[in-house]
Design a protein around this ligand. Structure first.
Ligand SMILES: [Zn+2]
Length: 120
């Protein structure tokens, strides 16, 4: 199945124009409550990653092994996420990645990333 690249839903502050993920009702920089939902393009680079073989709790046991990563996304976001669709041997710091829609082991919609070179 072809990956479906998605924009990243973010919060944007009406007072200071700060952008953050995941969305929250209050700006984490200036604590302004006048915020709105927005999106940024789902393109980033791997800041750091690790292959997880033993989940932090039993609810992740069926998901292992998986790649946990920090992905830098302009304009200054650093997102904790999973890298999917690529073996860890193909990953390195600075690799370009794209956001994709995923579903976690509990059936919740989540934002994951995949190697950009695997996309269109
Ligand atoms: Zn703000």
């Amino acid at each position: 199945m072809e990956p479906h690249f998605v924009p990243i839903p973010v919060g944007r502050c009406s007072a200071c124009d700060n952008v953050w993920y995941p969305q929250a009702a209050v700006c984490p920089r200036c604590l302004c409550e006048e915020t709105r939902g927005d999106t940024v393009p789902g393109h980033g680079t791997i800041y750091s990653f690790s292959e997880v073989h033993r989940g932090a709790s039993s609810r992740f046991a069926t998901a292992t092994p998986y790649v946990l990563a920090l992905v830098d996304v302009p304009p200054g976001l650093r997102i904790l996420t999973n890298i999917v669709g690529a073996s860890p041997e193909r990953l390195s710091i600075g690799c370009p990645v794209h956001a994709v829609a995923g579903v976690n082991v509990e059936g919740e919609a989540v934002l994951w990333f995949t190697l950009a070179e695997d996309g269109p």
